[in-house]
Write a protein that binds this ligand. Sequence first.
Ligand SMILES: Nc1nc2c(ncn2[C@@H]2O[C@H](COP(=O)(O)OP(=O)(O)OP(=O)(O)O)[C@@H](O)[C@H]2O)c(=O)[nH]1
Ligand SMILES: [Mg+2]
Length: 424
Amino acid sequence: MKETYSTEIPVIDVFIAGIEKQRENLDYTMSELAALVEANNMHAVEDIRQKLDRPTAALYFGKGKAEEFKTESEAQGVKILVVNDELSPTQIRNLEAASGMEVMDRTGLILAIFASRAQSREAKLQVQMAQLQYQLPRLRGMQAKLDQQSGGAGLANRGAGETKIELDRRVIENRITHIKKDLAEMDKEESTRRKQRDKSGIPTVALVGYTNSGKSTTMNGLLRLIGQDEDKQVFEKNMLFATLDTSVRNIQFEDKKQILLSDTVGFVSKLPHQLVKAFRTTLAEAAQADLLIQVIDVADKHAEEMIQTTEETLKAIGVENIPMIYAYNKADLADIAYPTFSDDKFTYSARDEASLNQLVDIIKKNVFKDNEIMTVLIPFDKGQLVDLINEKATILETTYEESGTKLKIDAPKIIANQVQEYIV
Ligand SMILES: Nc1nc2c(ncn2[C@@H]2O[C@H](COP(=O)(O)OP(=O)(O)OP(=O)(O)O)[C@@H](O)[C@H]2O)c(=O)[nH]1
Ligand SMILES: [Mg+2]
């Protein structure tokens, strides 16, 4: 599925700002922030940074910096400040007062992008849940802002405001409970489907990696290669978080071997914990895989940091100890030779057929490496074994003999073990 619509929403100018903390690569996270801002139909006209050991409790930035925001905002007529971190409700409130700007933090921004991208019912509910959980501790701040806007009802109305906050809190909590129930329902259906897939014994391969690295394009390329219908294609587009749902597709190669290939949501650094939690089941798809293909945009100058971000995120969602291939994509944009493969590093372009053919080989060598080719003679009264072989192995030849069915098979180890005594 290629992009089917274009959005013509006016672009809003903003400032982006961050502090130089220890152990954080600020150049990388600020360039991410600039891209996130673009993804939300905004444009960063200025990138303002401050050296600080740690954020201040009151303002996040130092006092002088907040004044600088105010001066710059007035001079340039820019009204929104996007900060490279999740801020506390107090910090947001104080920073807004000190800078005279509307403050959006990194979490709020990522949530807004996810909300605008969500298409399926599940993704919509997951994003809503994350947004409500983000709002819950921030109700007081929002109320204060409303009071201000309505002409400073101020202290006199404090009591009414408090009651309103309590009411809102209850509404939000109720909504969260409802969404949780709906999502749990969907979870059950999904895990039933997953169990069925497990039972089928077909190996699963998951495409994982940084957002916009080319996971969906790789999936579509492989589907095209095996001649799958156009309607099996997934959505690919040059934008952050194009994919918010997990799609699983059955891929049957020419030799009849099959895999299940999944494409899922991409990562970015400091992915909000509310989102990680809400998208737990979507992300968990990778945890069940027999092989991970980490797709990397090799043409991006931050490729190394993106790999690190991906590994940290995988760890955070409990995906560990699964064999992984590092798939350096978009080599066509990076002026390096492709396709090439050595150790666990594959350099390729998802738009290149030779690359995709080689990727198929790599996948097959990995997931079917324990397979054995054998010829067995199954007695007629062991029909259930033939069924098992049919289901979980590839039959290369069939002949019927007097004493039973003779099969040449390409079988995974567990099946090979079960038919050991019938080898001829
Ligand atoms: N030139 C070039 N462009 C590519 C290649 N692979 C993907 N792209 C482009 O990169 C953009 C992002 O591709 P997607 O496949 O949507 O990326 P994704 O990893 O699925 O991204 P999310 O779903 O947002 O996480 C699209 O515009 C693709 O056409 C490639 O090998 N070469
Ligand atoms: Mg995608």
